[in-house]
Write a protein that binds this ligand. Sequence first.
Ligand SMILES: [Ca+2]
Ligand SMILES: [Ca+2]
Ligand SMILES: [Ca+2]
Length: 504
Amino acid sequence: MPTTRVRSVALPFACLACLLLATEAEGATYTITTLAEDAIANGNCTLREALLTASTDSTNDLCIGDVGPDTIVLEAVGTYELDDGSISSAARQLTVRGDADQPQSAYVVDLGGVQRFFGVHDAELTLENLTLANGFANPRGGALLVEDSDLTMRRVTISSSQSAEGGAVAFLAQGTQQLDLAEVTLSANRAVADQAFGAGIYVSLVNGGSVRIIQTRLLDNRIEAASGSFSRAGGGLYIQASGAASFELRHLELARNVIDAPSFSSGAGAWILVGSTAGFELEDAVFDANELAVAAGTNGAAALSLDLTAPSATVRRLRLLRNLGGPGKEQATIVARGSTQAVVSDLLAGNGNGTGVFLATTSGTACNLVAGNLTVAGHPDSGLRLGQSGCPLRIENSVLFGNATSSGADLDVFFGSPEISAETLDGVDPLFVDAASGDFRLASGSVAIDAGDSSFASVSPFDAAHGSRVVGSDVDLGALERPTIFAEGFERADLYAWAGFVSD
Ligand SMILES: [Ca+2]
Ligand SMILES: [Ca+2]
Ligand SMILES: [Ca+2]
């Protein structure tokens, strides 16, 4: 680890300084009023000079060095030039934000396709209300490289940046650091290499930490790998974690992310492997039109590859539509291992070009996967593919219909003996409103209405469209509850309710 020497020297000094300045330590604020870039004594404080000052605590032109935490405020509206070379910082606290008077699109930092915005280790970095564009750095972190540090981003867009791992952001932690993203958009970033991961964001935790990503969009990111038998994973989002890490992933949109590689591609939307974690929640996520551009037998799931080892895991309210992996490939794969207690519910998978969803238990006798209120429809190959090995796998309150027009079956038991509760509709027409157009609501007269059992473990408060889950005499089968006329459009104002992104 390159950070060890820096930590042992810098920390005692930094802490001593903090104590000496405790009574006055608001830290320094650098207000940037010029869009220009320079690092010469010409009577201004440019963004580059402020970043240099924050990284060293020494004065650069009118940016006066300060040993405390620093805040850089982008006040000039427009596009800041920052392309004279990357800047790194260790063991410091820095906030960079656009003035709150304007939207994040008003403050753009153009990295010129030649550098990242910032690299930090053993630090705390906060970005708010700004846009980073055209970052470039290798081998990881095209716009941001965050190592063993806390990263917070609020109302931040990162676009058109490139690396081999983490086209926009690479977050690597060996301790208990926190990644906290809200209202972030990562769009049109690329991971370009024969072995490439996380064209949007690359997250690696090896000894705990926490990841909270909410109200965040990953759009049009691409992995591009020309050749070789390497793996490529996570076109939008890549997470690999071990140790007692915790995960809260909520209100996400992953659309049109692509892995364009000749083989070994998995999770064009998201690829998530969590081992021995403290807990895992993924809910309210839309995966739409993500794609593995080249069909290959070695490929994995088109939109989502999720491999869980956690004491508890909740995956609910996912909508997987039109994700394309080619023949036989699932839109999503969810595997529970070890002693994981996993509940998957209110999951809609429709209109892919291979298989719908693969659910599996493996590698243990103490795990349990219960999946309910699934709708899997409109796939040429199998609909719901199941693999049970070791611990139990149970399906309840679900609708499997309109798959297997080319091969397979609506319900495809791939291995083991999963339990399928009796009310689940397998190959029985549930009268979707308009399946071909992706409208998988139940039409009037559907046999799925009130045909479920609301006492089952997978029944949750809301359906996949955030309507009330149990309406009428009992829960409906499938991902979408048919509302009564009085309940149409009703949505509870609850932490867990979500109406989607308004600009859709
Ligand atoms: Ca200057
Ligand atoms: Ca400072
Ligand atoms: Ca009902």
